[in-house]
Ligand binder design. Structure first.
Ligand SMILES: [Fe+2]
Ligand SMILES: [Fe+2]
Length: 475
């Protein structure tokens, strides 16, 4: 069951050939997907041979195979984790009942909405990143970008499979609509705002894969608990791919910091002007990028109080992060949770029913996880002997969703006046001139083993290849 059938047009481990109608529907969607990929996938890179990993099984050991592939020929397919025998629902009102192998009628609309919203983020990020290959800082980074891109494409396949198999005609319509929306487009944008922002440069890309792909991890973890078993099994395999995307982000930012610190020590300066003149990104600019990506991403968890969140949990559609490891009753009926609001010009905690605060619960789990990686970045700075610390801003900083939307809060968590905000925002968020400076560094470096001046080489190559390995062959 865990082996993947590659002899079929659509690689899969779900016995697709036994369901002719479904197979035909997906084979009709496939050319539309490819034409979307050719239009909106990595620009100018469709004929390159790229050293990519492809899933060959869903076993934790040895699921990936490495080899040269032209991206439009990547074997996108449908891979679910093996079914757990007699799996039971382990939270919400249906706790203890058998997990669902089909969609219960009363939850159909909500489940479809959850799957479409998740699915929409996948092609969106490919669209956001489509120009980045033209300014890659190395062949190693170029290959990693393409790996992330093809796997986001596969995540779209994962969601479209569920839509086609379990939602009939409206599922197929949603599958088409997923190929029609476009990141950042006025009349038909992607569903979530962070996926309509631009990813114009590689510092943004690394911040995005660190912070925003990590939102993906938390959403997928919550869906991996779902009572709807096919959704749980699909998202579990997506998580193994997601881990690589976050690695690209964490190690990318880390290498930028490492290079900056090296030049700071060589020049014995922390003057941003001098460091910029030396062609590296000063740490305060990295902090502003961090502030931006972090705040935009924590908005993705939704309103701090949400009756939808309560419904999704109680009906068993979406659990909490690591639901199975929590020692409570997994129903949460009488429980409360603290959310933030502004009263008399100050941030104050307010106790609300936990079921309504589950977006906030997931956001707080996410925040703990992202802070850990920022501390690893700080160790790079410490090791260089530089007295500077990166910090995630307060969770009320620069928010656009929920009770904190539009409230002006400084990164350390103090409510400020509109005037104070205006006077300081250029210290807190990337300015046009920060972005222009970072953009000015983005030149294409693609000779094997060479790296742009503003980023350090990685500690090890992909699949333990040597530093000067030819990850991409240009055709
Ligand atoms: Fe994804
Ligand atoms: Fe991802």
């Amino acid at each position: 069951m865990s082996g993947i059938n590659y002899s079929e047009k659509i690689p899969n481990n779900v016995n697709l050939s036994e369901d002719r109608t479904l197979q035909r529907a997906l084979e009709q969607w496939q050319p539309n997907y490819l034409s979307w990929w050719n239009d909106m996938g990595p620009e100018g890179a469709q004929s390159h041979d790229v050293y990519l990993r492809t899933a060959i099984s869903v076993d934790p050991q040895g699921w990936a195979q490495f080899g040269y592939v032209k991206m439009p020929e990547y074997r996108w397919g449908i891979f679910l984790n093996p079914a757990e025998k007699d799996r039971k629902i382990h939270f919400g009102d249906h706790i203890g009942e058998d997990a669902w192998q089909d969609v219960p009628g009363e939850y159909r609309a909500n489940l479809r909405r959850i799957i479409v919203t998740q699915g929409d983020t996948e092609p969106a990020s490919v669209e956001q990143q489509r120009h980045l290959g033209l300014t890659a800082p190395s062949m190693y980074d170029l290959r990693n970008l393409f790996q992330v891109n093809v796997e986001e494409g596969r995540h779209l396949w994962a969601m479209v499979y569920l839509l086609h198999k379990y939602f009939g005609r409206d599922g197929r319509e949603e599958g088409e609509a997923l190929l029609e929306r476009r990141s950042g487009q006025q009349d038909n944008p992607r569903i979530l705002q962070a996926f309509n922002e631009q990813t114009p440069d590689w510092l943004s890309f690394f911040m995005f894969t660190y912070f925003t792909d990590r939102d993906g991890k938390f959403q997928l973890c919550a869906l991996a608990e779902s009572a709807f078993d096919p959704l749980a099994r699909t998202t579990k395999f997506m998580l193994t791919e997601e881990a690589h995307h976050m690695f690209v982000g964490e190690s990318g930012v880390s290498r930028v910091i490492q290079r900056t610190c090296q030049v700071m020590n060589e020049l014995k300066t922390d003057d941003p002007g001098k460091l910029r003149a030396a062609g590296v990104i000063d740490l305060p600019t990295i902090q502003r990028y961090l502030n931006f990506h972090y705040s935009v991403t924590i908005d993705l968890f939704g309103a701090d109080e949400s009756s939808n969140a309560a419904t999704f949990y109680s009906s068993g559609l979406k659990g909490r992060f690591e639901e199975g490891k929590r020692a409570d009753d997994h129903r949460l009926k009488g429980d409360t949770y603290k959310v933030l609001q502004v009263a008399n010009g100050q941030l104050v905690e307010k106790e609300v029913p936990m079921l309504n605060a589950l977006n906030e619960v997931l956001r707080d789990d996410y925040i703990r996880d992202s802070v850990a990686g920022v501390e690893r970045w700080n160790r790079v700075i410490d090791k260089a002997g530089i007295p500077f610390r990166l910090k995630v801003p307060h969770k009320a900083f620069h928010r656009n969703i929920g009770a904190l939307a539009g409230v002006k809060v400084a990164p350390e968590g103090r409510v400020v006046s509109e005037n104070e905000w205006q006077a300081n925002v250029s210290q807190w968020l990337p300015t046009d001139s920060d972005r222009a400076f970072v953009a000015s560094l983005m030149g294409r470096v693609v000779e094997p083993g060479k790296f742009a001046n503003w980023i350090a080489p990685p500690a090890v190559g992909v699949n333990r290849q040597p530093a000067d390995f030819e990850y991409v062959r240009f055709n």
